[in-house]
Design a binder for this molecule. Structure first.
Ligand code: FNR
Length: 184
């Protein structure tokens, strides 16, 4: 069976540049790998009380989806120099109840992008900090920081910058190899 790689985007915006990057990766999945978007916008704000009783209906299918994955790709913008709340919430939901961390051991890749020159560096590295604790072996190189991402797409929202497209495809190939090395 094909290996399953989840793609999680840290922006809910309809025309999100990060979503467009995620779609580019999904369209360029190598043979033997299924890349699929894992939605996070439906997850109610995490509350630790949920771990002792009923939790929001969306939590269980999200956690099951995470458990079924062989690896995870995060594509995120930076909000106020850090991880957008919606993504941090999804990370927290997937990490609990205590002792049932759905992220455990899954190889991860972090891509950040922004409309400025700073390319989401702050979000990229704050996210990596959480992934250490969640025990997700995270690809170190190549690092992917996409600056001025509003200029990378054509009018149809397709990635049109050839250098970026090539870089992303090479980086995806590197991540596939990485997952094969570290997969648990
Ligand atoms: C931003 N943006 C932003 N950009 C950046 O480079 N560093 C930052 O710290 C922030 N902070 C920030 C906070 C909030 C609340 C918003 C809404 C935006 C701008 C951001 O890069 C831009 O909106 C991107 O288009 C967001 O990514 P998506 O939605 O296009 O994927």
């Amino acid at each position: 069976a094909n290996k399953r790689i989840g793609v999680i985007v840290g922006s809910l915006r309809k025309e999100s540049f990060n979503k467009k990057i995620a779609h580019f990766l999904i369209e360029h999945a190598p043979m033997g790998y299924d890349l699929a978007m894992i939605e996070i916008g439906q997850l109610a704000l995490y509350n630790q009380d949920y771990d002792e009783g009923d939790s929001p209906a969306a939590y269980q299918p999200f956690r099951e989806a995470l458990k079924s994955l062989d690896a995870v790709i995060f594509v995120t913008p930076e909000y106020n120099r850090s991880v957008p709340g919606v993504l941090k919430n999804a990370i927290d939901v997937g990490s609990r109840p205590y002792g049932k961390n759905c992220w455990d051991g899954k190889p991860a890749w972090v891509i950040s992008s922004s409309i400025s020159n700073l390319s989401g560096f702050g979000a990229n590295h704050h996210l990596r900090q959480s992934l250490v604790f969640l025990n997700m072996p995270t690809m170190q190189q190549p690092e992917v920081y996409l600056a001025n991402c509003q200029n990378l797409f054509d009018d149809d929202g397709k990635l049109s910058n050839a250098d970026t497209a090539k870089f992303l495809q090479q980086s995806l190939e590197a991540f596939i190899q990485f997952t094969e090395k570290v997969r648990v």
